[in-house]
Design a protein around this ligand. Structure first.
Ligand code: SAM
Length: 335
């Protein structure tokens, strides 16, 4: 088979699958309450892809070169019986299967997810300071419950557990070092993410971004670090390890060091649209095909054509003007 690459020579390796656009948090930088309030038009249930439909799309992508699938959202653990989807996707041969969650329901779900075939997990946690964390998730959710979720994931054997920390200037930059100290030597891999201009509701400004270099320097001053070579092309995080053997961290510098040239990711929204960039304005509808009786071969041909035409490199072109584009929201397209 001819190798599938886009117009910039990039293969398709990763698929992020959003299973819901709903979330039980209202993180101020992602789903601010003023926008995602009671009246917000979330997707009706009938519009969501079923688990069978998601599996079909996932198999088509796997046939075109996808090796890794991340289940995300919204908050994936609020989708009823999400472990059934994990079971379906775990049947696809040779797939690296993972999930990103805010951890709120993980204490209850970790063992079932592992039993269903999930290999590892990423938990988002922006601060260990309870006041800061409650203000950031904006639903008054305590840090302790997320830490219990992380412990449950570790106990279930969902290894390695990674913890995503989005750093926003003036909000939680003071939380970086305490996080590093807390997880140093624990086996949990911290990943610090530069605050991005996803969607168009979070009021992003360049001044809000704490550059990855600043995060690394702050940690290195107390817990000396050295760089680790990337494990594979397209790895999003720059990896660093503690010189004393206390494990490693990653930094995701998508604003200050864009990595579009190596981006091998496609995204599937909960209602079956494929997006070829996190910062896309428009998607490609697969649900109509799925529900219109398309064969697996037709599905695969359409996805291949979408990928072949792909030219996105938003982060390399980012400017004050692009920040205002009517981009889709991260809670919809999947983080
Ligand atoms: N609800 C799940 C969670 O909290 O992990 C999955 C979806 S969430 C959109 C995925 C990740 O995107 C989270 O780690 C979140 O902090 C991150 N995120 C959301 N908005 C972001 C932004 N503007 N810049 C950088 N990361 C962001």
């Amino acid at each position: 088979m001819e190798r599938l690459v886009d117009t910039l020579g990039r293969p398709v390796r990763d698929l992020r699958v959003s299973v819901t656009d709903r979330c039980n948090f209202r993180c101020v930088y992602c789903m601010p309450k003023e926008v995602f309030g009671r009246d917000y038009p979330f997707l009706p249930r009938a519009e969501l892809l079923t688990f069978e439909e998601i599996e079909r799309v996932a198999r088509a992508f796997a046939g075109l070169g996808v090796e890794k699938i991340r289940i995300t959202g919204g908050e994936p653990l609020v989708r009823r019986d999400v472990e059934t989807l994990v079971e379906f996707l775990a049947r696809i041969n040779g797939l690296d299967l993972t999930l990103t969650t805010n951890g709120a329901l993980l204490g209850r779900k970790a063992a079932a997810l592992k039993d269903a075939g999930l290999k590892r997990i990423t938990v988002s946690l922006d601060s260990l300071d309870d006041d800061v964390f409650r203000a950031m998730n904006d639903v008054d959710f305590p840090v302790m419950r997320v830490l219990e979720g992380i412990d449950a994931a570790l106990a279930a054997g969902l290894a390695p557990v990674k913890v995503n920390v989005v750093v926003k200037r003036g909000l939680n930059e003071e939380s970086v070092l305490p996080m590093a100290r807390h997880f140093h030597g624990s086996g949990v891999v911290l990943r610090f993410i530069e605050y991005m201009d996803v969607g168009h509701t979070n009021g992003w400004r360049m001044d809000d971004v704490v550059p990855a270099s600043e995060i690394v320097a702050a940690i290195d001053a107390e817990l000396p670090l050295e760089p680790v070579e990337p494990a594979y092309r397209g790895e999003v995080a720059n990896r660093w390890r503690y010189r004393d053997g206390g494990g490693e961290i990653g930094v995701i510098a998508s604003v200050t060091q864009p990595f579009c040239g190596d981006c091998t990711r496609a995204r599937l929204s909960a209602d079956g649209q494929v997006y070829t960039c996190l910062f896309a304005v428009e998607g490609h509808d697969l649900r109509a095909l799925l529900r219109g009786g398309a064969s697996d071969e037709e599905l695969s041909t359409v996805i291949a054509a979408i990928w072949r035409a792909r030219a996105d490199r938003y982060s390399e072109l980012r400017s004050a003007a692009t920040a205002d584009l009517p981009k889709v929201e991260m809670s919809y397209i999947g983080g």
